[in-house]
Design a protein around this ligand. Structure first.
Ligand code: SF4
Length: 295
């Protein structure tokens, strides 16, 4: 790892990435793509120096409260987080200044911070998004080798459910001929229902490939799925969007099961939900105010 001095920690839309690069090793990782212009090895994680202090100053100055969104480019719970605790320190600031958080991860390390997530959710809003691509732990170890397998992530969902913290599952990406089976989609949606998941994000049952992530993905296919690279090359060429030939059927299954369980699967609605800030203490403050007035 290496540190980098930065001036700002939040994007104009309140996006926050404390780390750049990742060691979870997902074979399909889009963050490896050349277009992101990373000037260091992907596994040599860049850590934003003094991020919690910069965040503290930024949140103190902000006039409008809102949701902070983290985890879209790099997992905030990379193993390095165990010792550095950057995510934890930033969550403490978010809680202190009454902001909300939407946090996306694949790691059960998030449970270490369940108390602060709970505190945020009691005051404002905390949404945890967990990526699940396959129900099969053995396949998961090939696709996402350095992070806890699906069974561990389902446990995380259930722990969050006990606290009443809303969760969203990112059922993405779906890799043609690898995890694009009906059984996989059915098992994941059923597990989501048992864990009281609020919504499931999907990407039309496909994945994206472009310069940088394609090369890495193909190397890993050669390692774990002999002959698969050739099949992809023949069928998809240089296409950016790579959609499962089973996509229609899989979408039908997803939609029907989600409707039966009352799980939201509309992407726009879920994005709105993740960005919509709520302050649950305002009612309480008003009633105290009312009591003073009445007194
Ligand atoms: S967790 Fe996300 S950023 Fe990390 S390797 Fe996997 S897909 Fe890439």
């Amino acid at each position: 790892m290496h540190y980098k001095e930065v001036k700002a920690i939040l994007s104009p839309q309140n996006g926050m990435n404390l780390y750049r690069g990742c060691t979870h090793g997902c074979i399909y990782c889009d963050s490896r793509s050349k277009c992101y212009r990373m000037d260091h090895d992907f596994e040599d994680i860049e850590v934003k120096l003094h991020a919690p202090d910069i965040l503290e100053r930024t949140l103190k100055r902000k006039r409008t409260k809102g949701m902070i969104i983290t985890g879209s480019m790099t997992d905030p719970y990379v193993p390095l987080e165990k010792e550095l605790q950057m995510t934890r320190l930033c969550l403490n600031q978010i809680e202190r200044f009454d902001f909300g958080i939407t946090i996306q991860t694949k790691s059960d390390l998030i449970l270490r911070d369940i108390e602060v997530l709970d505190k945020i959710n009691r005051k404002t809003k905390c949404v945890v998004a967990i990526t699940i691509t396959t129900f099969d732990d053995a396949l998961c170890k090939k696709l996402e080798p350095n992070v806890c397998p699906t069974s561990g992530r389902i446990k995380v969902l259930k722990e969050l459910q006990k606290r009443g913290i809303p969760t969203i599952v990112w059922l993405t990406p779906i890799l043609p001929y690898i995890n694009d089976t009906e059984e996989n989609i059915t098992s994941i949606v059923d597990a989501c229902a048992q864990a009281g998941v609020y919504g499931i994000m999907h990407s039309n049952m496909g994945m994206t490939l472009r310069e940088g992530n394609r090369e890495y993905f193909y190397e890993q296919l050669d390692k774990f799925f002999p002959g698969m690279k050739e099949r992809y090359m023949q069928e998809y060429g240089d296409a950016y969007e790579v959609v499962s030939p089973n996509s229609q059927k899989l979408m039908q299954i997803l939609q029907q099961r989600c409707e039966n369980y009352g799980i939201i699967y509309d992407g726009e609605e879920l994005f709105r939900y993740m960005r919509e800030y709520k302050n649950k203490t305002i009612g309480e403050q008003l009633s105290i105010f009312d009591m003073i007035q009445e007194g």
